[in-house]
Design a protein around this ligand. Structure first.
Ligand SMILES: [Zn+2]
Length: 308
């Protein structure tokens, strides 16, 4: 459900009309994420031949002109349409993060909001309405102008191409990692959000975007397929101060669909030189396990696997 809400919220241009589907949309209208359905018709321009949906009452139709060229229009069939209410998402999140702040503070119209008070004592939380190719410069400028005296967590509606690597001061985090949608509205998951609000700890390894190379004590492990997602989530847990994370939960969140009894079913031996597991937990080692000579290993793991 959250995916649909985010999709509507990110639609360009702002105010794009969506054909109203009662079964699929009424609950979102009720929750406040979408506007009330309104009578809509396609206005077909006699001059430039454009065809654009417009919300119009029957008594107002004779006043409608083409929005592109001002020409007279003919009307197509009648239907109901809605559009995303852009203030709903930031205000709903702000109400949960900092009840003293209502509504959310707009920093860039339709793009960036602050969801909490900005004080150096706490992590300031923001919402960024992102697009794949986001121009980050004005976003960072607005963030720096707003608050540069402490830690900032920026929830982004979707991941984007040039999403910056988390630092001790600033972390960009996709919204769906800390929130989900319920029938009555969006809900933040305290369990996954709270670790993000504490100070980041220094990391002993490097895993820069796009998260396909894990470097540990001078050795680099290339990551393939869904492994970068898994390691990125593990990195987030470490950066938030967790010494270990549940590998089953990480697999699920990284998009692995099967049921596994061991992480060795997912990763080749080489990966276990860099990570360590114990029962349900996984963590990144302080240094890679020495590379073993294939002739001594034989098939599968051998006696020195007690360290796993
Ligand atoms: Zn026209």
């Amino acid at each position: 459900m959250l995916k649909r809400v985010i999709h509507w919220f990110e639609l360009e241009p702002v105010g794009t009309l969506l054909s109203y589907d009662h079964g699929a949309m009424s609950r979102f209208v009720q929750a406040g994420a979408l506007t009330d359905p309104k009578r809509t018709r396609y206005a077909n321009c006699r001059v430039c031949k454009s065809s654009l949906p417009i919300q119009v009452q029957s008594w107002g139709e004779h006043l409608v002109r083409c929005t592109l060229c001002g020409g007279e229009v003919d009307f197509g069939i009648e239907f109901q349409s809605v559009s995303a209410k852009l203030s709903w998402l930031p205000n709903s999140l702000a109400a949960q993060i900092d009840s003293s702040l209502n509504p959310a503070v707009t920093l860039i119209e339709n793009r960036l909001w602050r969801l909490s008070e900005a004080t150096s004592a706490t992590t300031a939380v923001y919402l960024l309405r992102s697009t794949i190719n986001l121009d980050l410069e004005p976003i960072l400028a607005a963030l720096n102008a707003d608050f540069d005296d402490g830690r900032r967590l920026i929830l982004t509606t979707s991941p984007f191409r040039n999403m910056p690597e988390p630092t001790a001061e600033t972390t960009f985090l996709p919204l769906d990692e800390v929130a989900h949608m319920e029938p009555e509205g969006i809900r933040l998951d305290a369990r996954s959000l709270l670790p993000q609000l504490i100070d980041q700890v220094p990391l002993w390894f490097e895993l820069p975007p796009p998260y396909n190379r894990l470097t540990l004590a001078g050795e680099t492990l290339p990551l393939r397929r869904r492994q970068p997602d898994f390691m990125r989530l593990l990195r987030l847990a470490h950066a938030a101060g967790q010494k270990k994370a549940s590998w089953r939960a990480l697999l699920r969140r990284a998009g692995y669909r099967d049921v596994y009894t061991s992480l060795a079913q997912v990763f080749p031996d080489e990966v276990f030189r860099f990570i360590e597991t114990s029962k349900d937990d996984v963590w990144i080692r302080k240094a890679p396990y020495p590379s073993r000579v294939p002739a001594l290993i034989g098939r599968g793991r051998t006696t020195d696997d007690t360290s796993f």
